[in-house]
Design a protein around this ligand. Structure first.
Ligand code: SAM
Length: 219
């Protein structure tokens, strides 16, 4: 369940990323994305933060969404551009090479939903705060925010297990990628702090994974 740590290594290989992530997580990453898709209204205008290979965007498009996506990795963005061309998605999907620090360039009150999977655990606390502030800015009033990511379990025993299992994986990952991921201590709390109403927080994978769905209150 803590194999998400390896995602930093797999991210360097967009062509095999989804297949390897699905294998490393024993199918859970696919399930997580499916559960995010279910929370997004059909035919929505969606912003995806850190789209990776565009797998989630493609699933949303399958439900009528139009998706603007961005990612900080040039290799991922290049892969998504190829995907758009190959799959004829140019009227449904746009992708920008951009980090969350570029979110101030996005249009205000424009999107029905903002989504993100397995990205917030790669961000610093400041970056998460910035991303959430601008997620609130770009959503229409009443719009939905859906984030799924690795979090710190609530029970001490599960936290100890998480640390013990992650430590060797983190070391191996850091040696290869010079980067790591951090489970988030209070994802729902950070979302609420940014002015959202929390609709639900669903924990899974031994309490170490959370899907947070929140609504931007009408102003
Ligand atoms: C583990 S991958 C997840 C990709 C995709 N969301 C998924 O679930 O398959 C994390 C992604 O976040 C992107 N990322 C990391 N830091 C970012 C940042 N500051 N701004 C935008 N994207 C970022 C990475 O380039 C990578 O594509």
């Amino acid at each position: 369940m803590f194999s998400y740590v390896f995602m930093k290594i797999l991210e360097g290989r967009p062509r095999s990323y989804d297949r390897r992530m699905d294998k490393a997580s024993r199918g859970r990453v696919g399930e997580i994305k499916a559960s995010v898709v279910k929370e997004v209204p059909q035919d929505a205008a969606v912003l995806e933060i850190g789209c990776g290979t565009g797998e989630l965007a493609a699933m949303l498009i399958g439900r009528g969404a139009v998706v603007d996506a961005f990612d900080a990795s040039p290799a991922m963005v290049e892969f998504v551009r190829e995907r758009i061309a190959e799959e004829g998605l140019d009227t449904r999907l746009t992708v920008r090479h951009m980090g969350v620090d570029g979110m101030d360039s996005l249009p205000s009150s424009h999107y029905d939903a903002v989504v993100s999977t397995l990205v917030f655990s790669e961000l610093t606390a400041d970056e998460r705060g910035y991303a959430l502030k601008y997620a609130a800015r770009v959503l229409k009033p009443g719009g939905q925010l859906v984030i799924a990511d690795e979090v710190v379990p609530r029970k001490a025993a599960a936290r100890i297990l998480q640390r013990a299992v992650r430590a060797p994986m983190l070391a191996a990952t850091y040696l290869v990628s010079r980067a790591s991921t951090r489970p988030i201590a209070d994802l729902a709390g950070e979302v609420a702090e940014a002015g959202f109403h929390i609709d639900k927080e669903v924990r899974s994978h031994g309490d170490a994974f959370a899907l947070v769905k929140a609504t931007l209150p009408a102003r």
